[in-house]
Design a protein around this ligand. Structure first.
Ligand code: FPP
Ligand code: MG
Length: 338
């Protein structure tokens, strides 16, 4: 096994953040499994799946799964399976999300829906969900099956909640945070929780790992929402400025809408009027108001608060180095540009 790992290490030049070095070997195995071992019989499916996973990705959820495994015992074969199924679900949900958003760019490459079409994208996403289910079965752990079944249900819930509240500037913070929890944090918390479960940890530790993942996941979504206002397509590998245009009210816009400044009403009206049926001028004005009213800075601060909360959940990690790595995973989320 070791020889194979070394070979893989030499052949691949994937750049992980420095503190992921401690889990380098496992990340390489994961990469091998994702790029070479998905058993599609259809040549078209093989081609698409290979296209998707060769585009890379941060593999943040698998990394968390491995770091929690190390913090609670050993990284076992089952943790490799857990990380793989988590990445499969994440990728499948992005493929479906790109259909819903009519997105053209993901991870710096054309989306499946734009290179092929929506119908093929639906099936590819479903195939990856099915592959994840097969891996889930291989874990032979009904507690984890229940956790991941709930994640799938949460992902749909969060996504449809977002869809059905488009162009509604009156959504509450509770609504935004609930949606972010179901749409995004649920998979982070499931990966961290299940990783601790596989190492037969006591309930208190499992709960802390779950809370850590949940707070990290909410911060991740808030930063993702900020990047949509502040980044560019080249840096982030996907289209930007699309959330508000589609009427999705995320943290920066929500801060602007709820500001005590008189201009809060202006942005509210612009959203309610759907930017005067899509006028570029009105949309640009709304974006400008979000910036002027400090929406992005305030949202970043909110993400920092969630990362602080996540770090407070790390009492269960006794090894000082691993505690630092997990903390840095939080900082990585805050500092990420893609
Ligand atoms: C990306 O969010 C999307 C998600 C985190 C989840 C999407 C979930 C679904 C489409 C439902 C999944 C379906 C099944 C069958 C379980 P984003 O749009 O905020 O991120 P982006 O900017 O990267 O697109
Ligand atoms: Mg999207």
């Amino acid at each position: 096994m070791k020889q194979t790992l070394e070979k893989i290490t030499k052949e691949k030049t994937i750049k992980w953040p420095d503190f992921f070095n401690v889990i380098n070997n496992e990340l390489f195995i994961l990469e091998e499994n994702l790029t070479k071992k998905l058993p599609a019989k259809s040549l078209l499916l093989q081609e698409i799946v290979s296209y998707i996973f060769k585009a890379g990705g941060k593999r943040l959820r698998p990394a968390l799964c491995f770091l929690i495994a190390k913090s609670t015992g050993e990284i076992t074969n089952k943790h490799i399976i857990l990380s793989e199924l988590t990445e499969l679900i994440h990728t499948a949900s992005l493929i479906h999300d790109d259909i819903i958003d009519s997105a053209n760019l993901r991870r710096g490459r054309e989306t499946i829906n734009s290179l092929w079409n929506d119908k093929i994208s639906v099936i590819t996403g479903d195939f990856l969900f099915a592959q994840a289910s097969i891996r889930l079965g291989e874990l032979e752990n009904t507690e984890i099956v229940k956790i991941y079944a709930k994640v799938l249900s949460d992902l749909c819930d969060g996504e449809i909640e977002q869809y059905s509240s488009k162009f509604n500037p009156d959504i509450s913070w509770e609504h935004y945070l609930n949606k972010s929890t179901t749409k995004t944090a649920s998979l982070f918390s499931a990966a961290c929780k299940s990783s601790a479960i596989l190492n037969n940890q006591e309930k208190k530790i499992i709960n802390q790992a779950e809370q850590f993942g949940n707070n990290l996941g909410i911060a991740f979504q808030i930063i993702d929402d900020v990047l949509d206002f502040t980044s560019n397509s080249k840096e982030i590998g996907k289209e930007v400025g699309t959330d508000l245009k589609q009427g999705i009210i995320t943290a920066p816009a929500l801060f602007a809408v709820n500001s005590t400044d008189i201009r809060a009403n202006q942005i509210k009206t612009l959203i309610e009027n759907r930017f005067n049926n899509g006028s570029e001028e009105d949309f640009d004005k709304a974006i400008r108001l979000v910036h002027e009213l400090g929406g992005c800075e305030k949202a970043k601060q909110l993400a920092y608060d969630y990362i602080d909360k996540a770090k407070e959940n790390l009492d269960f990690v006794k090894d000082g180095d691993l505690k630092t790595y997990l903390s840095k995973a939080g900082d990585f989320i805050l500092e990420r540009i893609s």
